[in-house]
Design a protein around this ligand. Structure first.
Ligand code: COA
Length: 207
């Protein structure tokens, strides 16, 4: 079983996986001039602030995929304001990249991180990110990582978990729906799906 907790030494691998799956599940490395930027938003704060909810697929000592969770999204956002965004904002000012570039889009998130509304957070206060390198996809490891994280979130008392995907990442959306996530809200090119945690081990019988 390759699933294990993430270690600080996995950080570079996880940043790399984030980039290599960052374009609707495909490699985004051609789109970014700064290869660390995407991981600085979608990986770094989770490893730093919620390390107990970070799990990887061990690939001969390296990481081949990950799931990262935040137990309480509102509290996580406050912790990021205190401990993560200030240094990143200093490193990447708003005008660090030419407008219209992928880097500039992510820097805008660094300066104005979005927070879902109460229609999401009241029922699904936790959130997650999951990415697997291509050679780990399609073999049940995504479900395995999600099930493991959900067991941790449930044990910690969370009533629900959500995630936001690009509306054009149809493969990931189909995966989440298969695992029992339902659409909560869709806008601005993104779709937020949620799953209540009353049914650990939920597995649809068909479809
Ligand atoms: C999306 C991702 C996490 C799914 O993980 P995975 O290991 O490939 O998926 P699994 O093999 O565990 O699939 C679990 C279930 O979902 C189903 N599923 C997966 N992809 C599907 C698809 N495109 N359409 C329909 N069902 C799908 C599988 O058939 C399987 O069903 P079963 O367990 O009932 O037989 C993984 O493919 C990935 O990392 N993709 C690239 C990065 C990405 O898009 N991340 C999400 C960003 S929001």
């Amino acid at each position: 079983m390759p699933l294990r907790p993430a270690r600080p030494t996995d950080t570079d691998d996880l940043y790399d996986i984030c980039l290599r799956t960052g374009s609707d599940g495909d490699d985004a490395s051609e789109r970014f001039s700064d290869p660390r930027l995407l991981g600085s938003v979608y990986v770094g704060p989770y490893l730093a602030l919620e390390p107990a909810l970070a799990f990887v697929l061990d690939d001969d000592g390296r990481a081949g995929g990950y799931v990262l969770g935040a137990l309480d999204t509102r509290e996580f956002a406050r912790a990021c304001e205190r401990q993560w965004w200030p240094a990143l904002r200093a490193r990447y000012p708003r005008d660090a990249f030419a407008s219209g570039t992928a880097d500039a889009e992510v820097v805008a998130i660094v300066h104005d991180p979005p927070l879902p509304g109460p229609e999401v957070l009241d029922s699904y206060p936790s959130h997650l990110h999951i990415d697997l390198l291509p050679r780990w996809q399609g073999a049940g490891w995504g479900r395995c990582l999600i099930d493991h994280l959900i067991a941790q979130l449930t044990a910690a008392g969370s009533p629900g978990v959500h995630l936001t995907a690009s509306a054009t990442n149809t493969r990931a959306i189909a995966f989440y729906r298969r695992l029992g996530f339902v659409e909560v809200v869709a806008d601005g090119g993104g779709i937020t799906l949620g799953r209540r945690l009353d049914e650990v081990g939920f597995r649809p019988v068909s479809g």
